[in-house]
Design a protein around this ligand. Structure first.
Ligand SMILES: [Zn+2]
Length: 252
């Protein structure tokens, strides 16, 4: 501690200036709060594509990074596995989940059902402050995209959808939407085009305008198109589904 490059100890270093908060990513007890924080950080890294689908999540390495026990990390990984963000394999351990095509389709079908139906509720309930919050999220998302901050943009886009669901006023459904958005983010990482975020960010502004003016039914139709557009941008076509036009392929 306090050693200079020449090996002498820095005399100017104030005594006891630093609390013991040096190990790994910061150790502040092994309690529930700390676990929640680590859970949130791993989850964020997955949602933002900083941890890619299929990436191995070694318990010992994570325990070291966060300065907690392996048992603690195991619990967090189990929790993430329940949310379908992590896959636990008996011999191989944990890795970031790689959603199947079927799962991708189901997640978007669920989003269509839930998020669209929340729109009339949101249109009735949104206060001017809520509208402002949503507009700020949409603006930040566009700014992040323009600045090439992909991770930030992904997170903000998901947060827009989550916030909108929360503002519709049904807590269990909002929690469900939050999970679906996290899974969508993984789906985009696997099946999305390179650098494709999913949402057309100007869509979010238009959606807020519809809700602000109380046009709930229009917002339903808009959200349907918005989610369809994201799904359509993914490469989730089964090869078995496709019957190639052999005549066209070999005619030239
Ligand atoms: Zn969106």
């Amino acid at each position: 501690m306090g050693k200079r490059a020449d090996g002498t100890t820095a005399a100017s270093q104030p005594p006891a200036a630093k609390p013991a908060r040096r190990r790994g990513a910061g150790k502040a007890g092994d309690g529930a709060e700390r676990h929640q924080e680590i859970y949130r950080r791993i989850r964020e890294a997955i949602v933002e594509h900083r941890l890619k689908p299929g990436a191995r999540l070694r318990e010992d390495a994570l325990a070291e990074v966060f300065g907690v026990s392996r048992t603690g990390i195991r619990k967090i990984l189990q929790r993430l596995a329940l949310e379908h963000l992590v896959t636990l394999t008996p011999r191989r351990g944990a890795s970031v989940a790689r959603p199947s095509i079927e799962e991708a389709r189901d997640v978007f079908a669920a989003r269509q059902l839930v998020e669209c139906q929340l729109m009339p509720w949101a249109a009735r309930r949104l206060t001017p402050t809520d509208v402002e919050t949503l507009r700020e999220l949409a603006t930040s998302e566009r700014r992040a995209l323009r600045a090439g901050e992909q991770s930030q943009a992904i997170q903000l886009s998901a947060r827009f959808h989550q916030r909108l669901a929360e503002l519709a006023g049904n807590v269990p459904l909002a929690e469900f939407v939050e999970r679906l958005c996290s899974r969508s983010s993984l789906i985009l990482a696997v099946y999305g085009g390179r650098g494709h975020l999913g949402c057309e960010s100007h869509d979010h502004d238009e959606l807020v305008t519809l809700l602000e003016s109380g046009r709930g039914e229009r917002a339903v139709a808009f959200m349907q198109r918005h989610l369809k557009a994201i799904e359509a941008s993914l490469s989730i076509h089964d090869e078995a589904d496709e019957t190639p036009d052999l005549y066209t392929i070999f005619s030239s």
